[in-house]
Structure formats: C-alpha cells, structure tokens
Design a binder for this molecule. Sequence first.
Ligand code: NAD
Length: 462
Amino acid sequence: MAPPRYPLVIGDDRVETPEWLPIDDRATGEVIAEVAAGRPEDVDAAVARARAALPAWDNLGPLGRAAVMRNFAAVLDAHQPEMAEIMHREEGKPLGEAQAEVARACEVMHHFAGEAERLFTMQLPGANLSTGSIIRPAPIGVVAAITPWNFPVALVLWKLGPAMAAGCTMIVKPAIEAPLAARMVCDLATEAGVPDGVLSCITGDGPILGEALCTHPGVDKVAFTGSRRVAEQIAAWASPRLKALSLELGGHGALLVLDDADIDTAVEVALVQGFANCGQACYSVNRVLVPRAMEDAFLGKLRPGIAALNLGPMATDRGRERHQMLMDDARAKGATVEGGELLDGNYVAPALVTNAGPGVLLVDEEPFTPVVAVLPYDDLEDAIAEVNRPDYGLVSYLCGGESRRTLETAERIECGTVAVNGWRVVVPYAPYAGWKGSGLGAELGQPGLDAFIRWQHLRVLA
Ligand code: NAD
C-alpha cells in the first residue's frame, strides 16, 4: 500500500506539489509517509496568506486571540497521542520521551494564551483622560519559523504560542528529517478554528525554502532553531534586509560537580541529560567536571547506569557517522572510550569518555550523539574556566550542597540556563536563551513574548 501523502498547509488550504519526499520510520527503515516538496512559489502563497490574515488577527485583540488559542491548545491536547506516536516513528525518539515532549509543548500554548490575556496597553495620562501617551504592543508581523528535527513539536510551539499571543501570523518550515508531527500542529489549527492564514506549514528542502523565506519582503521576522552553520546562512539572508531575527543554536553543556554534591543526584543528571533523545539535544550534558577525589565513586555509579540505558535509533544517518568519527578522534588523541560502537540499523551504543581534554573534538564541539566525557579537576577555579571555555552558552548543570557557594558558582557559569541539583530545565514562564555562540534572543517567558512585539507610542497631545 502506498504511504499516505501530506500536502502543504497554506492556511485552510491543503496544497499538493509535483514532487513528494519520503519519510521513514527510524527504527525499521519503512517509508511511512510522503510530504509535499514545497517550492518558492508556495512560500509566496503562504506569505501572501499570512499578510492578508494579519490585520483581522491583530484586531481580534488579546482576549479574542486568547480564546482562539485556548481552543487550539485543547485540540492539541486531544491529539497528543498521535503527535507523540508519529514523532517517535519519524525521529526515533523513545515513545515515552516523545509523549513528554508533546505534553510539555502543549503547556506552552496554554501558557501563552494566558499571557495574551495579560497583554496590556499602557497609558500615561496627560492633562485629561483623552490625552497623554498610549504605549501599545503591536505584533511584529509575519514570522517565518525554521525548526530542527530533534524537538519537532516543542520548537514549533515555543515560537507559535508567543507569536499568536502578540498578534503575529506564522509560516512554519520544519526540518525534512522529521516534518510530520510539526506539520500536524499546523494542520490541527484549521480544526481548532484558528483563522485562515494565521498559520501555514511548508515542508521541503531546507536551503531552498530557507532562502525563499529569509529573503521574502513579506516576512518581518525569522525565528530559527538549529545549528550555528545554518544560523550564519539565515542571518546572511535576513540581516541585510533588516528582518527581526532570533537564533536558538547548539550547546556544549557541562555538569559541574562540587565537592559537597550528592553523587547520586549528579549521576542522575549525567544519565538523563547526557543521553536523552540519544544525545541529540541542545541541552545535553556533554562534559562532567568532577573533583578528582570523587571521580572513582562517580564513575562507579555512572557505568552501570549507562549499561542499563535503552536508547532509540539515531535520527539521521549523518549523526550515526558523526558518533563513529567522534569516537575515532577521541581514541586517536589518547582518550579512553567505553562503548560507542555502531550497532545494527540506525542504532549506536552510548559512550563514556575519560582521559580526555581540550583538543579532543567531543570536548570542544557539540557532539550531538550519545556521549559523556568525564574530566576530573583539582581546583574549582580551573573547573569554572573549563565550563566557560567553549564558545557556547545554552544550558549547564551544577550539583552542590545547600550553600551560598553553590548559587554563587551557578551565577558564574556563562549560560542562559543553569540547572542546580536536578535536570528539568525548561518551563514555559522562564526564558530559554543561548549566550555567546549559542544564539541571539530568547524563547519562552516574558522575553519570549517580547520577541514578537514591536511597541508603538501614540502621543496624544490634544
Ligand atoms: P540544522 O541547522 O541542520 O537545521 C535546522 C533547520 O534549518 C531545518 O529546518 C533545516 O531544514 C534548515 N536548513 C538546513 N540547512 C539549511 C540551509 N543551508 N539554509 C536554510 N535552512 C537550512 O539543525 P538540525 O540538525 O536540524 O538541528 C540540530 C541543531 O539544532 C543542533 O545544533 C542543536 O543543538 C540545535 N538546537 C538548538 C535548540 C535551542 O533551543 N537552542 C533546540 C534544539 C536544537
């Protein structure tokens, strides 16, 4: 039986294209769907529809938009199982992780519906009630959201929730490696009564559609999540055209273990965040810095934890090749690699790397594969310097005792997010921001909403 075909979502229309691209189940290799291969003219159509929808969507006002968003959130909730199932198949993420991603992502739409209800215009009174300064949050306009495959639903909703609250319209361009769950989010907007044109989804080739969106005169903002390499290309298209830009990029997370830390907590953080989504997470723990006196105890508990992991397949063939390349590089430079083999199909074994340091590729660059390097330290100042050394600043972790030193050390870590004594890092009400080479701007929280607003001052003098 031919696999189902998923056309482009252009507002309320479903648009077929001359070419279709196969999507496979990462665990079995079976082709499970074909998605439309969007063309630049499809981008033109989606942008025109988004621009046309903008005035009415803005004029609906924050409370009107909040009502639409609450309904949309309920429809998304009702379809959580299908979104998780399709994500599990197209990306390879274990079903439990896919369910958790979808559940947390839907909370973001609920959260920003509430934020829309609190989107106040401010008035500074003049001599009488009808004069003064009215300071109004206006939407930035039409947003192109370009998203990666590793958290395909979350990274759409982190952009869509605040954009809808602010009164923006959006065209989503998901990664071709895993477009089905992201496309389903956009498809469900129609069922939820989101007005025509507020949301579209164009699937297809990243570079072709990326250029069409980032250079389009009708696009006001590009919200990108992905790799630094592609971010530089996106910025080269969007910045000379003075489009608003947000870039959420990769990380090189450290777990800094202090000498008064609880080892079991530290091991749990390393296991959960080192190997979640098969290491293909921007918030991964890549390096663990542990006091030399605690190294044996830490490794003694980490090794059986790694042996008990049950990882899904890698999401891409190039990720699997990269895992092998990183292991070869580490060995060639004298590091000790435990595990890390390529397994049958799209699977790889998780790896533990010791006797490694700067100069070993996986210690310097985001590995994006399931590997954790454990580096012992003698002096805390040196350890903090190592945490901050790579040109990344997304998420790091710190385990320490209940002392002022723990928090003061956390403050010195140059990352947008630092998790202390635990691993759950993302909440809808707090900003998630990449510092240094990890990005530009923030998603979620108040800054994540402000990113879709341009302020207007109505100075009413008489
Ligand atoms: P990627 O940069 O290859 O792709 C991201 C998006 O850009 C996709 O939609 C892709 O189709 C598109 N694209 C690819 N090449 C393009 C080109 N030449 N021109 C225009 N668009 C192009 O990233 P990826 O491999 O999908 O995702 C992994 C990266 O994303 C990692 O570095 C990871 O750390 C990062 N990431 C960051 C966050 C965060 O919030 N900071 C979250 C998840 C992932």
